[in-house]
Design a protein around this ligand. Sequence first.
Ligand SMILES: Nc1ncnc2c1ncn2[C@@H]1O[C@H](COP(=O)(O)OP(=O)(O)OP(=O)(O)O)[C@@H](O)[C@H]1O
Length: 593
Amino acid sequence: MTSLTRHQDLPVILHNDKRGLLTVEDDRLDVLQLSRDGRPPKRLVSTPIRNFLLAKLTASSTTKAGSGQGQNQRLDLHTLVGKGDTLKLTKLHVLVEPINIPEAEEWCGNIMGLAYRGIKRNKKVLLLVNPVGGKGKGRSIVHDSVLPILQSAECQIDLRETTHRLHAEEITKSIELDYDVIATASGDGLVYEVLNGLASRSDAKKALKIPIAPIPTGSANAVCTNLFGVKDTFNIPLAALNIIKGQTIPIDLCSVLLLPSQTRRFCFLSTALGLMVDLDIGTEHLRWMGDSRFVYGFLRGIVSNKSIKVKIQLKVVEDDKISMARKARDRVKQRIARDDKVWGGGTDPLVNGVNGLNIKTSTTRDDGLRTPLPLSDGQVIDSTDGGDEGQGGEDGEYVPDHGPIPEAKPLEPDSTWVTIDSWGAVSKSTLKRSSIGSLRGRSANGLVRSGAGDGHQVVAKKGDWIDGEGVLYFYAGMMPWVARDLMQWPVSISGDGLIDVVVQSIVPRMMMANAITGAEKGEAYWLECQHYYKVSALVVENLDKEGQPIFTIDGESFPWDTFHVEVHPRIANLLSLNGDFYVSDFLRKHDEK
Ligand SMILES: Nc1ncnc2c1ncn2[C@@H]1O[C@H](COP(=O)(O)OP(=O)(O)OP(=O)(O)O)[C@@H](O)[C@H]1O
């Protein structure tokens, strides 16, 4: 730890020739203007060290206020400063008198050490820009807002504009692996292409170690919502800061094997059928609406209330909603307790709220340093290893596996798998049974309520699927949010080796319309008509290929016949400012009413 974590002042001459003081305390830098008449100093700039980009002693200069002995040196300070809801790049230069130069050199070294604790400086960044993503403003946003920030941190930037669909995939299939980060200015589609490019290489396991940092210039930008939260989804300076200061978080990838073509695509976010396909692909002509197009598509889908004809086979690891929510919340509590200081230096108010609860699950470890996460087969993987399946070498040395991802083969479901069959049409008697079931313990808005633990009693369990119940949509996901308006998988845990699957049954239109309220907070999770499973593999068969020809992987459409999905735990990486996904209010609740 450097001395600056405690306190260190540096006397300087300000731009207006007045005397100033640079002071660092409690992880903040303040630039103060001193007065000659004993009045308190005036604070000109105040910024958390996490936002600090560069301190550099450069060209020499002289000044009226200088001592006249030798030459003053110029000290450049680059930082992001909070302005209202966003961050603004601020560049200051001050002068250091000759007598203070040795102290200034030490001060610069210390503040840079503090600003980049454990993070590489001057990163080499591959910056991919999709000029047509979202509202088509990617190019100007990058040039006006992103590049100045990256340049201020003295990053080495290799900027490439994509010129056509799948261009990002072609680029990442053949790039040299000497980049520290791959940044994507677009939506989730470009992240998907980058991951597919890297994952299809013969050295995929090495290539996927390069973390990806998204810049939200697309429509939905679900990755940014998961990294920065709903309010900061479109916060460009924050996304640029993430490129510079982000910490690597391992994520799972899925292999999706399409039959009969035997094509394999990699998925990092979602696989969808039914309404969720229509609302994405069916609204592409409404790209100008930004992410509002998805709400429009959802409402349109509810009006048609069409059932898909599908056979879904799931290798279920867990399906108890209370238990899944408790585990995800416990993990968050452990993390907050461990990192009781948030990145910017402030203390998280939640820590006091959870002290004393002392809840332990199989996902926690006593030392509190790391949270090993359960894999699908009960095996535990430590969050430090990033999914690297390296081997012991001849002399016991660790040899990392930098090879390809093994070929995907059709899965072979057995009798332990859960099967969900839908024939599209719902018979009157089935609908009646289903409706009765779905009303048990439910309030007027369709939420299941009351009971022990965190307050919910969920009737939906493994066996409660009734064949013939219509399926409005199937949605399998790997991160909590799929868009700002929809936290579809609130108990999803990054890198746990599991896919969260939602099967939404057909219910009266009004009930679905009501479910929109609170969807961004994950409240639909508690709807009994929303069947929720954590699975390690799945197979989905199309029972009406003509009537429902496509499904989507990460928002991209593919012909749907049959597809098989398996997980590659923690094989790819993203960057995040706090080393994890954004913690939702859903997960912060520990005493749900
Ligand atoms: N120059 C280009 N011309 C046409 N299409 C392009 C070009 N560059 C990239 N693309 C394609 O644009 C598509 C949309 O990109 P992306 O999905 O990232 O943004 P989006 O759809 O606006 O956002 P989101 O996925 O978050 O909703 C991708 O399929 C990508 O291959």
